[in-house]
Design a protein around this ligand. Structure first.
Ligand SMILES: Cc1cc2nc3c(=O)[nH]c(=O)nc-3n(C[C@H](O)[C@H](O)[C@H](O)COP(=O)(O)OP(=O)(O)OC[C@H]3O[C@@H](n4cnc5c(N)ncnc54)[C@H](O)[C@@H]3O)c2cc1C
Length: 431
């Protein structure tokens, strides 16, 4: 996004650029012959680099100063993302913590939570993970079944399973959505908790992706003890707390796309070295189409930035931008692969991009859910029917089990979320 910088923004950009030039040599190298290959070493180097960025004021740019941030706006955050991309150095390691979970703690946590957790999070001393999704609660997030029970002394015991948890293998803490009252309708009986990942009864199992990384995990909780201070926001008010995280998730993905390098000029450069491809009308048509999609995403990004800068919540246009961006980038990956052949699928950034992108279709709201959002909130189409409204969660589960049992006795106890999920997701569950 080429921002038309005001004089103040141009001055800020120059300061950021100068800092990055001065410290570039300290950044961990992720690609090429010098790249750090040992996973532990890489994580340690990226944490240290996040600490440096925080000291230099390049992490938590939009966080309030009282929590160690810079108290600046989203435009300055985008400027920093752009300059980090331009300098060719990695950004912060804990984008989920700093971008989504920290702001949730600021909005709903106690003063003790803020004093204890925000500083180490910002500096990369303690990495965080988002423990929301479960096998039967993804798009339909309010269907979570992880169960927390309060004890007589006010402490809690947690049991259940989460899945697709990015960074759980390196996290010190997780922000977890659990059911605390199954007798209430599903959005009402939820509570958000801070969970120490080294607590007794927490098991993290890695899931390796086609891109080669193992950044995802399944996480199991077996009667995990949590303190009376673990809830973030009111007990039973977890859905509202979760909505704050999801709002920041959308903003983080939207503003962070700058740093992902999905730019038409980069894609054009990747195929320009092939003289036949350069002249091929079909290649030119495909490149032109995706370039215009990316241009539309850029201008939609301007609208989102303007809304954020004015203190407004971004509207459903960011859903459309995410869908368009991911599909244009997938199309670009296919074009590069068609032109460069198997070479594009060897080691290197194209291979990584091609194998990583399909996952982005689901992350931060799946394509179908986001299209439903656009259909309902932009085009004014009728909402999907909600079959679960006002029904206690426990009863919903029983009905689901009964329906599943009638149809397929072997899977009766598992439940697949399809009944409750299909009705609720479009009403804004995950999107
Ligand atoms: C890269 C990546 C990182 C992630 N990191 C995390 C993380 O750190 N923490 C975390 O908690 N989660 C994480 N997730 C999980 C992510 O939030 C979920 O994948 C997402 O919410 C979709 O849920 P699901 O995968 O269970 O799919 P489901 O909800 O089971 O959906 C399956 C398919 O059905 C479609 N579908 C579902 N409901 C409807 C409907 N009503 N109408 C039409 N179609 C529908 C979906 O669009 C999708 O295509 C991550 C996912 C990815 C890919």
């Amino acid at each position: 996004m080429d921002l038309n910088d005001t004089p103040e923004q141009a001055e800020y950009r120059a300061t950021v650029r100068e800092w990055l030039e001065r410290h570039r040599a300290e950044a961990p190298v992720l690609e090429g012959p010098e790249a750090i290959t040992d996973e532990q070493e890489l994580i340690a180097a990226r944490r240290a680099w996040q600490g440096k960025l925080a000291e230099g004021g390049l992490a938590g740019v939009a966080w309030p100063r009282e929590y160690g941030g810079q108290g600046r706006g989203p435009i300055e955050q985008v400027i920093v993302n752009q300059e980090i991309g331009r300098a060719g150095v990695p950004g912060i390691l804990d984008a989920i913590g700093v971008g989504m979970l920290g702001p949730t703690i600021m909005a709903h946590g106690s003063e003790e939570h803020k004093a204890r957790y925000l500083g180490p999070m910002l500096h990369g001393d303690e990495v965080w993970c988002q423990l929301f999704s479960e096998p039967a609660a993804g798009s339909d997030l309010a269907a979570v079944q992880a169960r927390a029970r309060q004890q007589e002394d006010g402490s809690w015991r947690l049991s259940g399973q989460k899945v697709w948890t990015t960074n759980a293998q390196i996290a010190s803490f997780g922000l977890l959505l659990a059911r605390t009252d199954p007798d209430l309708p599903k959005h009402n009986g939820l509570t958000m908790f801070i969970v120490p990942m080294d607590a007794e009864g927490v098991t993290v199992r890695g899931l390796r992706q086609i891109s080669g990384e193992a950044e995802f995990n399944e996480v199991f909780f077996d009667d995990v003890p949590l303190s009376a201070e673990a809830p973030v926001g009111p007990v039973g008010g977890g859905w509202r707390t979760a909505l704050t995280t999801l709002m920041f998730e959308r903003v983080t993905i939207g503003l962070g796309s700058e740093g992902l390098g999905y730019r038409a000029d980069r894609f054009a450069a990747a195929i320009a070295s092939d003289p036949d491809a350069r002249r091929d009308p079909e290649v030119r048509r495909r490149l032109g189409e995706l370039a215009s999609e990316l241009l539309a995403v850029r201008f939609t990004g301007y609208r989102t930035l303007t809304a954020l800068q004015q203190g407004q919540t971004p509207g459903p246009e960011s859903a459309l931008a995410k869908v368009t961006l991911v599909n244009a980038a997938i199309e670009a990956g296919e074009l590069v692969a068609d032109v460069r052949g198997p070479e594009a699928l060897g080691e290197g950034p194209w291979s990584y991009m091609i194998s990583f992108l399909p996952g982005l279709k689901s992350a931060g709201g799946s394509e179908e859910i986001l299209r439903n959002t656009v259909g309902e909130r932009v085009l004014g189409l009728p909402p999907e029917p909600r079959l679960d409204k006002g029904i206690p969660f426990s009863e919903l589960r029983a009905r689901e089990r009964q329906a599943a049992g009638e149809a397929e006795p072997a899977t009766a106890t598992q439940g697949n979320g399809a009944g409750a999920g299909a009705g609720d997701a479009a009403s804004g569950a995950r999107a």
